[in-house]
Ligand binder design. Structure first.
Ligand code: FES
Length: 579
């Protein structure tokens, strides 16, 4: 473990607020004393901001009020001064039109919370989908010592003799219900049993993916990401994180020391091996932008092309995150991947990744597979390019029927989500199992916020014929718990003039995943005519306030959908003036 020069109390960032013998610092000290603290409790000690993304409408973070106290206990034990800083919560289920619209909002809030307050280090509490990338983006920009406490997955869902997986089994049983196979009583029982405790979705959705990738990058404690939210071990992990962040302040161990290019490449490899959510690509691109790490869509294919799928977790496999935890969790999976990883990457403990995962065992070999027995030989996410997606698109082969990996068919076009809802289940929709469903204007600018509309429903007409998968293409995202032959994140998006917006009913489209191609088989002169006649569709949601800022500044999916004015320059956060 490399030794780091320890900070002195006088070098603490908070000393600027509390140490000087002047009128302004008198005010700062007297007001902390107003809360009942002695000067010795907060001055000369690391002040630790606990950035808590809790609210009563984020159903996945309901244990955070208790967990804050666990973190606080750890900070106090280690000689720090804890201060909870509530931040915007992004509850995936109840926020509309999509939490993705607000990821950058939370990232900016995190950076500004850190900048404006006398904190020396922060504990980042998140888990529900966008909270993780947002917290890490903000922490990277601020670049004070930070440790991430993942919310952890909820317990497995349960219905009669079945295990239920968040999202994944909802889509499955919803198709059964739409095709008349599931009555009200059974549907109600599934609703009762699918979300049984605090914690995030327990399939390998975006939440579990991003928690896993944060751990793989070393910004949370080893083994933290899979601990079920209600397990006593989760409380111990929270207090240990509180203890560790105090030491990280003294060691001056910062996010950019941990989330390096090597760490991002490790994250991409792990993303493939866990069958991670397609959303991870957008989030990793945005986080890398904040860290000044050169990452692009092409990096994903270069780094991860042949990484096998080792985590047998829904939607790509059979089990859920609770099983993954009992099987050894992420450290056991990382140990299998060791030959592929940058083992010298530094983690938040100060140890290297190699030291961290050495000797970690698998306890249930069907849940976490070895390289010699993968769930599927090639995992993860394919990056596609072609005339329909000049700047890229993504596809998750492990979540789609293999017969559709290479497919050519006629387009059935829906101009937006309202058009889709109105027509997809009509009996007169001209669609066959060979059709390619196209949803336009569902991207970052068009929707707005690039919602998870990319798993277009299989038309009811086809469901009745027994069809359960069909090629679907959009500039939207897809829930990490979803599955199907869905081409996502098409860039540039339809609403800013991308080729996706030029597709018409009956156009032939060719998908070729092995060769990473997505092509619109329309003659160039005809496409040029359509482009010349194209006018931007009306953009829903109005044009004032945050939405106006968002639309003006959001980048496309291949750049991570961050704001164009937020990328880069970590560690150069201008400190506030104190007068
Ligand atoms: Fe919060 Fe899925 S709804 S993680």
């Amino acid at each position: 473990m490399p030794t780091r020069t320890r900070k002195t109390a006088a070098e603490l960032r908070s000393a600027r607020w509390f140490a000087p013998d002047d009128l302004r610092s008198f005010g700062h000290r007297s007001r902390v004393k107003q809360m009942g603290f002695w000067r010795e409790e907060f001055s000369g000690r690391p002040v630790i901001g606990i950035i808590n993304t809790w609210n009563e409408l984020n159903t996945c973070h309901t244990h955070f009020p208790e967990r804050v106290e666990d973190v606080r206990r750890g900070v106090l034990e280690a000689g720090g001064f804890p201060a909870e800083l509530p931040a915007l919560s992004l509850g995936e289920q109840l926020m509309k039109p999509t939490t993705m619209l607000y990821r950058n909002f939370l990232a900016m809030e995190v950076e500004e919370l850190i900048r404006a307050h006398p904190v020396d280090g922060v504990v980042l509490m998140g888990g529900c989908d966008k909270t993780t990338p947002a917290l890490l983006m903000g922490a990277l920009s601020a670049n004070v010592p930070a440790i991430y406490v993942p919310a952890g997955p909820m317990l497995r869902g349960h219905w009669r003799d079945q295990t239920l997986g968040s999202g994944t089994d909802v889509w499955k049983y919803w198709d059964d219900r739409r095709s008349g196979l599931l009555a009200d009583k059974e549907w109600g029982e599934i609703e009762d049993g699918i979300a049984r405790s605090a914690g995030t979705c327990m399939t390998m959705g975006t939440a579990a993916t991003m928690m896993s990738l944060a751990e793989a990058m070393g910004i949370s404690l080893p083994g933290a990401s899979a601990i079920p939210a209600v397990d006593a071990g989760h409380k111990r992990m929270a207090s240990a994180s509180g203890r560790r962040i105090v030491e990280m302040v003294w060691e001056d161990l910062r996010p950019t020391d941990i989330m390096t290019e090597a760490a991002f490449e490790n994250a991409i490899i792990v993303d493939m091996a866990i069958g991670g959510s397609t959303n991870a690509i957008v989030h990793l691109l945005a986080m890398a932008g904040r860290a000044n790490v050169p990452l692009s869509m092409d990096t994903f294919d270069r780094v991860a092309g042949d990484v096998p799928l080792l985590a047998n977790i829904k939607p790509s496999g059979s089990y859920v995150m609770e099983d993954f935890y009992y099987a050894g969790g992420l450290p056991a999976l990382l140990a299998q991947l060791a030959p592929r990883l940058h083992l010298d990457a530094i983690t938040c403990t100060g140890a290297t990744l190699g030291e961290t995962i050495a000797g970690k065992e698998i306890f249930f070999p069907d849940v976490i597979r070895g390289l010699d027995n993968p769930v599927k030989p090639a995992g993860g996410t394919a990056v596609l390019r072609g005339t329909l997606a000049p700047d890229g698109a993504v596809f998750k082969p492990t979540a789609a029927e293999e017969r559709l990996w290479v497919h050519e068919g006629p387009a059935v076009v829906f101009r937006d989500i309202r058009d889709l809802k109105a027509r997809v289940d009509r009996d007169d929709l001209e669609v066959t199992a060979d059709s390619v469903l196209v949803l336009q204007n569902a991207g970052p600018v068009g929707a707005p916020g690039m919602p998870e509309w990319g798993q277009l429903p299989v038309p009811r007409k086809l469901l009745r014929q027994g069809v359960r998968d069909i090629v679907r293409i959009s500039d939207a995202r897809m829930s990490g718990t979803s599955y199907g032959a869905c081409v996502l994140h098409v860039a540039p998006e339809a609403a800013i003039g991308g080729p996706l917006g030029l597709v018409r009913d009956g156009d032939r489209i060719r998908l070729d995943v092995p060769n990473r191609r997505l092509d619109l088989l329309v003659a160039p002169d005809e496409l040029a005519r359509r482009r010349a006649a194209w006018v931007q569709p009306p953009l829903p949601g109005g044009d004032r306030g945050y939405l106006a800022l968002y639309r003006r500044s959001v980048t496309q999916a291949d750049k991570g959908c961050d704001f164009d004015f937020m990328a880069g320059r970590p560690g150069e956060m201008p400190e506030p003036q104190i007068f």
